[in-house]
Design a protein around this ligand. Structure first.
Ligand SMILES: Cc1ncc(COP(=O)(O)O)c(C=O)c1O
Length: 478
């Protein structure tokens, strides 16, 4: 791509991270084609420096609002151990959603006071593990669950273990809508999450009944993922803040933290060249730019107004604010390299089909949510991407396609790549680091792919080895 002989960076490029070098896609200086020579495709590639940059952006937001903010990376977005290590080293805390994620977080080196545990259906074993570890907060999802945590503490103590009262936060569901996909909204009364506003005070009274068993330390709302606007955050914060004040007035109990959840969006449409094929609301949501500092500023603004009116400024000064970002830490730090293995032309439609080795078993959200990942040629990254192709993965499922097979327009019908793509060409699905690796599965007997992490010096290290056929047998008994 050039104008008057001067090479232009494609719109998807990110300086010093995602670039075109020698015509190929380069990740932190590592040539995508060299990587696949060594590791094969499909291949996940992550950038350590991009993870760090994304976390610095969060820390900068804390400086802007001049408040201590506790950032807990939502490990459900990607809990590969090398990723967790990079997050730990970048200096933030972690949110887990299962005993398995808790196990991984502790194993990689997070301290218990750096961990919060969300989830609607925690098992006795998971609660045992969380209470035994003494984590920062178990976020309870119902009034019933408060009793489960109390029982856990009693059970462990009865077994001779000396555990402290469990720290719990109450997760609320205040009926706040966002402009994200319905399946990604979690603060609606139709969602399965949280305690309704009408029950909150009862829930707090219940939580305060047995302080030797549980300590109610916080309050939590997660409005959903890929939330493009500040308003839902401000509304959520106001709701939590008002509950905090009410509880203090009524019981004298002061909550230590307000947890505003995750959901800071990622701009999946930095390159808008295919966006004309998407409806406007989808474009707005997928192309959202929302600074974490704007989210925090808006939330604090409404809380300050309310605190002034209620003469409760001292409560606001002392409360810790938590954020649980997942997608915004890891999505644009990762991509998938895939090879075109086959092609065909349909005489009836004139469509040229490219069949790749990366299916929705690697990026389930492409199928579930019709999530858009920008596709470029890694082999010819610098060339104009103006030719239309139908692109599909290798799975034996007609839904394994890179367009919206239900014709609801949530994905472009065609992907634009350089002219004359042939089998052997390597393509890259950008911004695919979140909710991909963490959800992949070996459908159709496809061994799970390798993962590499690039460093700023252009070196690349294995972060997950490629599965073998033998791995496909793991766990099967016959
Ligand atoms: C409770 C909770 N916190 C945080 C997150 C992370 O959200 P995101 O990855 O959009 O930042 C999620 C995911 O939806 C969640 O359910």
């Amino acid at each position: 791509m050039s104008i008057g002989g001067v090479a232009l960076s494609p719109a998807w490029a990110i300086a010093d991270y995602l670039e075109v070098r020698n015509g190929h896609l380069s990740i932190n200086g590592a040539d995508a084609l060299e990587l696949i020579k060594q590791y094969g495709t499909p291949l996940f590639v992550f950038s350590e420096s991009r993870i760090r940059t994304n976390i610095e952006r969060l820390k900068h937001a804390a400086e802007v609002v001049d408040r201590p903010i506790k950032f807990c990376y939502a490990s459900k977005a990607n809990s590969n151990m090398a990723i967790l290590k990079a997050v730990l080293e970048a200096g933030i805390d972690v949110e887990v959603n299962s005993g398995g994620e808790l196990f991984k977080a502790l194993r990689v080196g997070f301290r218990p006071d750096q961990i919060i545990f969300n989830g609607t259906s925690k098992s006795d074993e998971e609660l045992d593990e969380a209470v035994r570890a003494g984590i920062y907060s178990i976020n309870v999802d119902s009034i019933y669950e408060i009793g489960l945590v109390e029982e856990t503490v009693k059970r462990l103590r009865a077994g001779g273990e000396q555990v402290a009262a469990a720290r719990i936060a109450l997760r609320l569901v205040p009926e706040i809508g966002t402009r994200s996909h319905l399946g990604l909204q979690t603060a609606l009364l139709t969602s399965k999450f949280g305690i309704s506003s009408s029950e909150v005070l009862d829930a707090f009274r219940r939580g305060l009944q047995n302080p030797h068993l549980v300590h109610v330390c916080g309050i939590h709302i997660h409005v959903g993922s890929q939330t493009p606007d500040v308003e839902p955050y401000a509304e959520a914060f106001r709701s939590m803040w008002e509950h905090l004040v009410k509880i203090h007035r009524e019981t004298g109990h002061t909550l230590e933290h307000i947890n505003l959840g995750g959901g800071i969006p990622v701009n999946y449409l930095r390159d808008r060249s295919q966006a004309d094929q998407l409806p406007e609301h989808e474009r707005d949501m997928l192309g959202a730019e929302l600074e974490p500092s704007a989210v925090l500023s808006a939330a604090l603004r409404v809380a300050r107004e309310s605190a002034r009116d209620a003469e409760a400024e001292h409560l606001l000064e002392n409360v810790t604010i938590l954020l649980e970002p997942g997608r915004s830490v890891i999505a644009d730090a990762g991509l998938v390299l895939t090879t075109v293995l086959n092609m065909k032309q349909r005489p009836e439609t004139g469509d040229i089909w490219l069949l790749t080795d990366a299916g929705y078993n690697l990026m389930l959200s492409m199928n579930n949510y019709k999530w858009y990942y920008h596709l470029v040629s890694a082999s010819r990254a610098g060339e104009s991407h103006v030719s239309d192709y139908k692109v599909a993965g290798p799975l034996c499922d007609s839904g394994d396609v890179y367009f919206d097979i239900e014709r609801c327009g949530r994905l472009p019908d065609y992907r634009r790549l350089p002219a004359n793509v042939q089998p052997g060409e390597v393509l890259a699905l950008l911004n695919s680091g979140a909710y991909s690796l963490a959800q992949m599965f070996p459908y159709n007997g496809r061994p799970l792919p390798a993962v590499v992490m690039t460093r700023e010096d252009g070196s690349a290290h294995l972060a997950r080895r490629r599965d073998s056929y033998e791995d496909l047998l793991t766990g099967d008994v016959w």
